[in-house]
Design a protein around this ligand. Structure first.
Ligand SMILES: [Zn+2]
Length: 237
């Protein structure tokens, strides 16, 4: 078996779809051809990567692929299957990076848990948004909106200043059926995103030029309803 014959068979080989005779021929070639066995290793790594998307990338995978791409970029043109496999492995390695939102979600969930420790929930205790809103004056470099959601079953409990990504943000606290909803608010933009994190529901959305991250042990449906009510409250203050 030559390299040209071996390359097209590699994919079927690593998937276990090659018949025994051709597998044996191919293995004979792989035993003596470093370039084809590297291509096989890349396909195997790709297969593992796709199976374990939630796991960390294999140690050194990205560096290995980068090195290989650099080498090939300077040398002779590579056979297509290997080049394709390398690009795919590289793309998968990039997919492993946690989205920035996952880090944020971790932070707001930690903030939520911290707030449930004794005496941490609110620094200003009031169900009146006209009391809660001025509280932030001088503590934050922005004036957070404090929507009144009483009619939709979310009672304002109060607020506090919290820290997310190293900046001070407003944490508004609401309760629905005795469940605490922490809402972290700061100016900015965000696409809507719903996550489950350690048993907590997390929902981020944007309204009126502010980013909202709501965390609670309520379910996503409740947080969606929370979002709808915030958006409509801010649209008609
Ligand atoms: Zn070969």
């Amino acid at each position: 078996v030559s390299c040209d014959e071996a390359r097209p068979l590699l994919s079927a080989y690593v998937d276990g779809e090659l018949d025994l005779l051709r597998s044996l021929d191919l293995e004979k070639h792989l035993a003596t051809c470093a370039s084809c066995s590297e291509a096989r290793d890349a396909l195997l790594a790709l297969g593992r990567s796709l199976k374990g998307l939630r796991e960390a990338p294999p140690e050194g995978l990205e560096e290995r692929v980068r090195r290989r791409l650099r080498r090939e970029g300077g040398g002779r043109p590579s056979p297509l299957p290997w080049g394709w496999a390398a690009a795919a492995v590289f793309a998968v390695a990039l997919l492993y990076r946690p989205a920035p939102d996952e880090g944020l979600s971790r932070e707001v969930v930690s903030g939520h848990i911290r707030s449930l420790l004794p005496n941490r929930l609110v620094d200003v205790v009031s169900s009146d948004r006209h009391t809660v809103k001025p509280y932030f004056h001088g503590l934050l470099d922005f004036a957070p909106p404090v929507p009144d959601l009483e009619a939709s079953g979310f009672s304002l409990v109060g607020g506090r200043v919290d820290v997310v990504e190293g900046r001070r943000v407003a944490a508004l606290v609401y309760k629905k059926r005795q469940h605490v909803v922490n809402v972290f608010v700061w100016p900015g933009r965000s696409s809507a995103r719903a996550l489950q994190d350690g048993g907590y529901s997390v929902l981020s959305f944007e309204s009126g030029g502010f980013v909202f991250w709501a965390v609670s042990d309520l379910d996503q449906g409740d947080l969606r309803s929370f979002e709808r009510n915030v958006v409509s409250a801010l649209a008609s203050p």
